[in-house]
Design a protein around this ligand. Structure first.
Ligand code: ATP
Length: 375
């Protein structure tokens, strides 16, 4: 008999929940993943045989720190750096023929990613950790210039790095308290996100203000605040990342532009007001924001006019066979790639490529050719 799924997920009717799962295959084995959050179960939750890996929960954002932070937390608040990369959960699934694969890495949406699995396994002492804590999943951000999904550079990372921000029960998703998590990561040599310290809620407002000043100056993303038990979280981000998100989005305006614009403008508005900026400072913010939208878009339209390919640029480095699988995965997803360079460096293969942005290319060509728009 299999597990009592209704009890595992805390739902009245497991069949009702299971209808929303989709099937996928990884190295000849079938697993199921939940593409959207349902019945209190997080998006990206995965079932492999009898084993469950819960999805990573959504973190609410605060736009005004005071009174947002003291209203949200009623005890000590840990302030940690928020990194800009992609969310990875690593779990050692012990069910059936999954057990022989070792620790696996899952993307936010619940896909097993072979490239990420191999990358984190090769670089981090996860086997030792899972020998002692197979009930936990390790949640972190994969960052750095040489990764296939995101493009934010961190000066301290040459290629890719994995930074842990959570240890959670694999099956229930319950987090470890922040202090316990940080101590365990330290003990097993798992690199973690930077801590800015723990404060009472009022003190956290000032601490976040200082942290944001420093991170903004250095072009970094922001902070995540957590209650001591790890249950409640908030995120808050820098003006620098709002602008760099817009630069990225408007470099491919017809692929990403709209979905990024309103939220970033609103974040800037409330940040300017809370910081009580004078007319000159707001004008400077407005100029920088406008430049982050218009300059990359103009450059892209000029590139299309010249006939150059446009899209997201990436570099990946790794085992040649693993990269073969990554590119096969991109083909299956229907992505069009422009490979700029494909070389060997020792045992590693390094590929520089562009994920072509077809909406931006096609719409831009249409308008350049005199196409009309109904608005
Ligand atoms: P949501 O949180 O609503 O799912 P999202 O997927 O757009 O939103 P972000 O706004 O980027 O994500 O913020 C949440 C993500 O930030 C987390 O899923 C995680 O991948 C990443 N992250 C980076 N650093 C941290 C950190 N220190 N603590 C928690 N999450 C972090």
């Amino acid at each position: 008999m299999g597990p009592d799924w209704a009890a595992v997920f805390g739902v009245a009717d497991a069949d009702d929940l299971f209808e929303h799962f989709q099937a996928e295959r990884y190295r000849g084995r079938e697993y199921r993943y939940l593409p959207d959050g349902r019945h209190g179960v997080e998006r990206g939750t995965v079932i492999l045989g009898d084993a469950v890996v819960r999805g990573f929960p959504s973190i609410p954002r605060v736009l005004v720190l005071d009174p947002g932070v003291p209203e949200y937390f009623d005890g000590p608040v840990a302030v940690e750096e928020k990194l800009d990369g992609y969310n990875v959960r690593v779990a050692d699934v012990d069910a059936g023929d999954w057990a022989e694969l070792g620790p696996l890495a899952f993307t936010r949406s619940g896909h097993v990613c072979r490239y990420t699995s191999e990358t984190v396994r090769e670089r981090y002492p996860l086997a030792d950790f899972f020998d002692d804590h197979s009930d936990l999943q390790v949640c972190g951000e994969l960052v750095g210039p040489e990764n296939p999904y995101t493009a934010h550079d961190y000066g301290e990372v040459d290629s890719v790095a994995f930074r842990v921000f959570d240890l959670r029960d694999r099956e229930t998703g319950d987090p470890l308290p922040v202090a316990e998590r940080r101590a365990l990561c330290e003990e097993y040599g798992l690199e973690q996100v930077r801590s800015f310290g723990t404060y009472d809620p009022a003190g956290a407002v000032a601490a976040v203000g200082d942290a944001i000043d420093e991170l903004d100056e250095r072009g970094r993303e922001g902070v995540v605040l957590a209650s001591a038990d790890g249950e409640r979280r908030l995120k808050y981000t820098t003006s620098a990342i709002h602008r760099s998100d817009l630069e990225h989005a408007f470099a491919l305006p017809f692929d990403y532009g709209r979905e990024f614009l309103f939220s970033r403008v609103i974040r800037e508005v409330f940040q300017a007001v809370e910081r009580d900026e004078d007319a000159e400072a707001v004008r400077e913010r407005a100029r920088a924001l406008g430049e982050s939208i218009l300059l990359p878009a103009v450059e892209t339209v000029r590139a299309v006019e010249r006939g150059d390919p446009v899209g997201d640029e990436h570099v990946v480095r790794g085992d040649p066979e693993v990269l073969d699988h990554l590119f096969a995965q991109f083909r299956d997803q229907g992505l069009e790639l422009d490979v700029r360079d494909d070389r060997r460096e020792g045992d590693e293969r390094v590929v520089e490529f562009v994920k072509l942005a077809s909406a931006t290319r096609d719409k831009t060509e249409y308008y350049l050719d005199g196409g009309t728009i109904d608005e």
